[in-house]
Structure formats: structure tokens, C-alpha cells
Design a protein around this ligand. Structure first.
Ligand code: GP9
Ligand code: MN
Length: 711
């Protein structure tokens, strides 16, 4: 027997062979079946490494068994299970662009409903190679070509193998965390766990997370909602009669301005306005522009903003509601409320992959009828995307061919991404904008992408006006959170005429201001001074739309109401109102700053302390109750009068173009879509974009992507 054959016929060799085979299959799947966006050399290393740790760990179990037949059988069964996990995920991914979660697996009914007869259609010829090795190995074993090694493995060797696997996993995790900090804490996207830790680890991670959630939930019953209802009823602010229902049955178009901070508004660099169009909206008589509106996000960033803006629930103290709980929780969100109360159709438009922040599941639970994710946009054009998805000009201009097919009134949300850290943009894409020249590139770039975003929004507004949609719509714009982090703020300070040396936590808190603007022809607008935050957006919008929020579980209050609660609570428990900013210092105490002077109040009076204490108590109650609603899924126990719980299985975000066409045909002349009202003619020709990717560097043919033709 030569050396190779010897290696092959030892127990250790057998496991090595299986490990290599499964690793090869997994790596193939990571690159060619799943769209994981494996990019830099680090990520390639991790992708190649990640299947080994869990496989060695799993297969090492066989090494502890002395009797050869049992040992080989157990090893093969484990190998079969691993292949099955991999292959089921491949099939599931082909259908859902997502990975099998613990809940999906155990609710077999749901999976088979989702996959059903289509499973067969999803299989491809090359799939045979995922199974062929197993068949060959079994044949070789049965025929005696691979001989069973009768010699048991020493306990110590078996143990050393397991420990080696653990070590390898720790190494993998360290690499992953260095490339993507807070990977497990924040989750971001389930595909990130697969990308950085492999498919097996994802399943374990998801199972542990599900078990934790279930443990918290099993102790909950319907009575737990009572203190929540007491709180929100007490906190309720009645609508302002001057504004109640002024947007009744108008289309509502929400524009999410990624990482856009309030200080950009009216800001000039060397005499050039950074965001001239948004500035003009800010000063328009038709715009309610809130100058003291704050972002309140935590680790869930964009997704926290979405949670607050559309549910009036806070994000979580750690992680994101969307990824941690969103796929399973019950919500009473804006699209569902507006649909049920006022007959709104609804859609989200976003140039990133659907799985990011688990949006593909969460939006169904919000009651969104449609979700146009990256797969609905042309990504074949060179430079059309940055890290977080299709560039804004391209996303917005390609969205209107879908928008015009929605039934009116519609509630829609457009999530931009180009103005996202690290703010990448070539100068040639930015109509001659000259960025500032600080020594911090992040700061300089931020102004450039903000300028690009401004232009994108202008183009979109131009279309809305030309196509007539504008006349019949209320447009809401908001910045989701900071673009420049606290660590960049010192470099920003001189641009804001501040001294970096005296820059402090209070200055950081003041920069949590983000725009919140509501624009509608004929709206009694003006710049508003009242303090508020993202938690207050939903009640404000619903009241404008003529839906009273009484009875809903919402933690914010209508900004336009005389009863509005103007203490703005941040997710880190700091808070701000017109008089004070209260900030936790390094010693765990809460410092009080005077908002008139910006200075720390060294020795606060009894009166101030009392005022602050009341707000602190209210803050603690509202945050902890909101956390309880989310963590224990309390809304499943409470349905407001006139509301029907959302049935997420009604929505399918895959063949939406056909769904829209079907809807139009079945409604016939009752169809209220922009397309139908325009005598079945597209309005896309009204869209003018100067996106450099469509002209300059590329062929003019690319303009086809703006129309419906290609679909
Ligand atoms: C991703 C985009 C960015 O799709 O919304 O998310 P963020 O990193 O800002 O939370
Ligand atoms: Mn964001």
C-alpha cells in the first residue's frame, strides 16, 4: 500500500477527505450559488477558511467512537446532514435569495408552501456534484475499496481535533470581527453571517437567537400589554385641527435621506451651496421644516430609523429590531394602517439587496405590498453601485416605471444610499462640486455625496412635477442618522466655526439634528422650532393624512399637536428638549447642559433637577415599555379597533411587475395608477437624469433602463 492509500484508509484520513470535500462544495456555493459580495482579500480568506472549522468540529464526533462500523456510519450521517444543510440552502436561496432560518425549517408547512412543487424546478444539472461524492464514497466503502480502519483513535487525538476546530473557529471569528466589527451584535444582514462564518454557523447562530427570543416570549401573555396601553393612551396628543386630514387621500412619498444631517442645510463651502435643492424645499412656504428634529437611532442605524418612522416604536438598546425580531414580530405600521383606513397601496424602493436588515421579511410584516430591491434595478452598468447598492440617481430614475403602476393613493418609501460612509464618489459625477479640504477625507467626501444626493432629489422632484404626481402628493423627507461619527466631528468643527479643542459631548448631541420636512402644494408650511425626533414622525404623518392615532401603540406624538411631548429621548438614554441636553458622562452620571449657552450647568438648582428627574422617569418608562413591546412581541396580543392584523403571506416580492400588470388589467378602467390615468402611457419620459453612468462613460443606450421596455 502506498502512502496515499494508507492515509486514505485510516480513520483520520477518511475524515480529512470528507472535510476537504465538504469545504470544496461549500466554497463553490459561497462563490457561485449565493450572492455574498465577497470582495477584499481578507474576505476571500475568510470564505475559504470558514467551512473547515465547523466541519472538523462536527466530524470529529466520529473520532470518539471506538467500534469502526458505528464510527464510520456516524461520520457519514454527519456528512450527509451537512451536505443536506448546504443543499437545502442552495435551493431555498434560488427561490428566496435568503438562507434557511431555524423557524423556516421547523415550520415545514411554510417552507413547503413557499417552495412546494417549485423545488424541482429550482434544481440544476450541476447539483448532482453536491451529492455525487457521497454516493461514490458509500460505493467504495461497500465494495471494500475504502477499508474500515479497525484501530480506534486515541481519546487525546480526538479531543485535540475538536479543540483544533474550536481554535480555527475563534480565528475565523476574529478575522470576521476585524473586517466587519459588531458582526454578531448587530447582524446587519443574514448573508453577512454566512459570508463571514459559513452556513453551519449561521444555522447555529439563528437557532440560538430563536431560542433566546422564544424564552423571553414564553413568559409573556396578553396582560403585559396593559401598562403599555396605559402609557401610550396617557401620552397621546390629539391632532391639531388646522392640520388634521389636510393630506387626506394624497399620495405619500417618503424620501429617506441616507446619513443626512441638518447642519448641511443652508451650508456653503467657498460660496457654493452644498444642497441647494433641499435648501429650497426647507425654505418653501409649502414645507413644514422642523429645525429641531433629532435622530434617535442605536446600533440598528437605518433600520432603527425605519422602525421609528413607520411604527413609532424605539429601536433596541443593542442590535436591530429588524434583524433580531422583525421577521417574526407583529407590527401595526404605516403601510398597513394607511391601507386599512384609507385604501393606500404601498411600496419601498431601495437599491441594496433585499436581505439587508432582513427587509424582505420585515416589510411583509409592516404590510408593504411591494418591495423593489436591487434585483429590480440594472446593475450591469459600470459603476452603477457603491457598497450599499445602486446609486441614488440610478435608483430613483429607474423606480418611476414601477411607481407609475401603483394604485393611487400610494404610500411609498425611497431609501437612498450614496451618501453612506465612506461617501465614495468620483468628482466627474458631481457637476463640478468642489469638496472642502480638511485633513479628514471622510469629512470632505461627506459634503460631496450630500451634494450628489441633493441633485438626485431635485431630478426626482422634477419628474414628480412634470408627471403631475406632485400636485396630488405629500412628500416627506428625513435624514436617518449621522453621517459623520463623533470621532469625525472634531475635524468638522472648524467648518462649523467651532474650536476642536473645546468640542464636547454636548456638541455631538446637537449634531444629532437631522432634517424632517413635509412638503405639499398648499400646505401651511414654515420653519418649525418645536423639538422632536423620529419617534414622532408616524403620528404626525397619520394626523395629516386624516387618521387619528388614538388606540394605536405609538411612543411618539404629533409634532403639530399642542399636546406634543417635546422631550427627545436618544437610544443611549441621553435626551434633549428646548431648555436642556442631558448626557451621561464617563462616570455614569447625567450632565445637564443649558441649551441657551451650550454650557454645562455645574451646580443645577433644585428646580432644574426636579424638571430633569421627571423627564428621566418618563424616558425610562417609555424606553423600557417599547423594548418590552418589541422583545416579547406584545402587539400580537393587541389589535386596535378598526385594524386587522397583517397577514405577511399575502405578499410576494418576486414577480412584482407581473403582479402590477395583473392588478391594472383586473381593475380595468377603475385602475387609479398614474399609468392608467395617463391613458395607459408611461410617464418615464418625464424623467431627466444627468447620471454620469448613463451618459459620459457609457453608451446612451443605457437610457433604456428608465422605461418599461426591458421588462
Ligand atoms: C443599507 C442601507 C444602509 O441597505 O440602508 O444601512 P445603514 O448602514 O445606514 O444602517
Ligand atoms: Mn443609514
Amino acid at each position: 500500500m502506498n502512502k496515499k492509500q494508507k492515509l486514505f484508509t485510516t480513520r483520520f484520513g477518511f475524515i480529512t477527505l470528507l472535510t476537504i470535500l465538504i469545504a470544496l462544495k461549500s466554497i463553490f456555493a459561497y462563490y457561485f450559488e449565493f450572492n455574498l459580495g465577497i470582495a477584499d482579500p481578507f474576505q476571500h480568506l475568510i470564505a475559504v477558511l470558514s467551512p473547515f472549522a465547523t466541519t472538523i468540529f462536527l466530524l470529529s464526533i466520529g473520532l470518539y467512537i471506538n467500534r469502526e462500523k458505528i464510527a464510520y456510519t456516524v461520520t457519514l450521517v454527519l456528512y450527509f446532514i451537512e451536505t443536506l444543510i448546504l443543499y437545502s440552502n442552495i435551493i431555498y436561496y434560488r427561490q428566496f435569495t435568503d438562507f434557511l432560518s431555524f423557524n423556516t425549517i421547523i415550520s415545514a408547512g411554510k417552507v413547503s408552501k413557499g417552495l412546494g412543487s417549485s423545488t424541482f424546478n429550482l434544481m440544476q444539472f450541476h447539483d448532482i456534484f453536491y451529492w455525487l461524492d457521497l454516493v461514490i464514497i458509500i460505493v467504495l466503502l461497500v465494495r471494500g475499496i475504502i477499508k474500515l480502519d479497525t484501530r480506534p483513535i486515541k481519546r487525546i487525538t480526538a479531543f485535540a481535533t475538536t479543540i483544533f476546530a474550536v481554535f480555527l473557529f475563534t480565528f475565523n471569528l476574529t478575522l470576521a470581527e476585524s473586517n466587519r466589527p459588531q458582526l454578531l451584535g448587530r447582524t446587519f444582514d443574514r448573508s453577512y453571517i454566512v459570508k463571514y462564518l459559513g452556513i453551519n454557523s449561521f444555522l447555529v447562530y439563528d437557532t440560538v437567537k430563536t431560542a433566546q427570543n422564544d424564552a423571553v416570549r414564553s413568559n409573556t401573555d396578553g396582560t403585559d400589554i396593559t401598562p403599555v396601553l396605559d402609557y401610550v393612551n396617557n401620552n397621546y396628543a390629539a391632532p391639531n385641527p388646522d392640520y388634521y386630514g389636510v393630506a387626506d387621500k394624497k399620495n405619500i412619498i417618503v424620501i429617506h435621506l441616507e446619513s443626512f444631517q441638518q447642519f448641511l442645510i443652508d451650508y456653503k463651502i467657498n460660496g457654493q451651496e452644498v444642497t441647494p435643492f433641499i435648501n429650497s424645499l426647507y425654505h418653501s412656504n409649502d414645507t413644514l421644516a422642523f429645525k429641531n428634529f433629532f435622530h434617535q437611532v442605536g446600533q440598528g442605524k437605518t433600520s432603527d430609523a425605519e422602525t421609528m418612522m413607520e411604527n413609532s416604536l424605539y429601536g433596541l438598546p443593542e442590535g436591530s429590531v429588524f434583524t433580531k425580531l422583525g421577521p417574526d414580530n407583529t407590527f401595526q405600521a404605516a403601510p398597513a394602517i394607511l391601507n386599512q383606513q384609507k385604501g393606500y397601496d404601498s411600496a419601498v424602493f431601495h437599491g441594496n439587496v433585499a436581505s439587508f436588515w432582513s427587509r424582505n421579511s420585515v416589510y411583509k410584516n409592516f404590510g408593504y405590498h411591494y418591495f423593489f430591491d436591487q434585483s429590480y434595478y440594472d446593475t450591469s452598468i459600470a459603476d452603477s453601485s457603491t457598497q450599499y447598492g445602486v446609486k441614488d440617481k440610478l435608483m430613483l430614475s429607474q423606480s418611476v416605471k414601477y411607481l407609475e403602476q401603483l394604485q393611487q393613493p400610494f404610500y411609498t418609501k425611497f431609501i437612498t444610499v450614496t451618501n453612506h460612509y465612506p461617501f465614495p464618489l468620483d468628482d466627474e459625477d458631481n457637476d463640478g462640486f468642489v469638496r472642502p479640504q480638511t485633513d479628514n477625507q471622510v469629512v470632505n467626501n461627506y459634503f460631496a455625496t450630500a451634494h450628489y444626493l441633493d441633485n438626485s432629489i431635485r431630478e426626482f422632484f422634477d419628474y414628480l412635477k412634470k408627471s403631475g404626481i406632485y400636485d396630488n402628493s405629500m412628500i416627506v423627507l428625513y435624514g436617518d442618522h449621522y453621517g459623520l461619527s463623533d470621532s469625525d466631528n472634531k475635524s468638522l468643527a472648524p467648518l462649523l466655526d467651532k474650536d476642536p479643542k473645546t468640542w464636547n459631548d454636548n456638541d455631538n448631541a446637537q449634531l444629532q439634528r437631522v432634517p424632517f420636512m413635509i412638503n405639499m402644494p398648499g400646505l401651511k408650511g414654515g420653519i418649525q422650532n418645536q423639538y422632536g425626533g423620529e419617534i414622532d414622525a408616524l403620528p404626525t404623518i397619520l394626523h395629516l393624512a386624516g387618521v387619528d392615532t388614538k388606540g394605536y401603540v405609538q411612543f411618539g406624538t404629533d409634532l403639530l399637536s399642542s399636546q406634543h411631548n417635546a422631550n427627545v429621548v436618544f437610544r443611549n438614554k441621553n435626551f434633549i428638549n428646548k431648555d436642556y441636553t442631558v448626557i451621561h458622562n464617563k462616570n455614569g452620571q447625567e450632565d445637564i447642559y443649558d441649551n441657551k449657552t451650550g454650557l454645562l450647568i455645574e451646580n443645577p438648582s433644585k428646580e432644574i433637577l426636579k424638571k430633569v428627574k421627571n423627564i428621566q422617569e418618563d424616558r425610562n418608562t417609555s424606553l423600557s415599555l417599547s423594548d418590552k413591546v418589541n422583545n416579547t412581541n406584545l402587539l400580537r396580543f393587541y389589535t386596535p379597533t378598526g385594524f386587522t392584523p397583517v397577514d405577511p403571506t399575502q405578499y410576494n416580492y418576486f414577480d412584482q411587475i407581473q403582479q402590477l400588470e395583473k392588478m391594472r388589467e383586473s381593475l380595468g378602467n377603475k385602475s387609479t395608477s398614474v399609468f392608467s390615468e395617463n391613458n395607459n402611457r408611461s410617464t418615464t419620459t418625464n424623467y431627466d437624469t444627468d447620471a454620469a453612468e448613463l451618459y459620459g462613460r457609457n453608451s446612451i443606450d443605457n437610457l433604456n433602463i428608465l422605461t418599461n421596455k426591458k421588462d
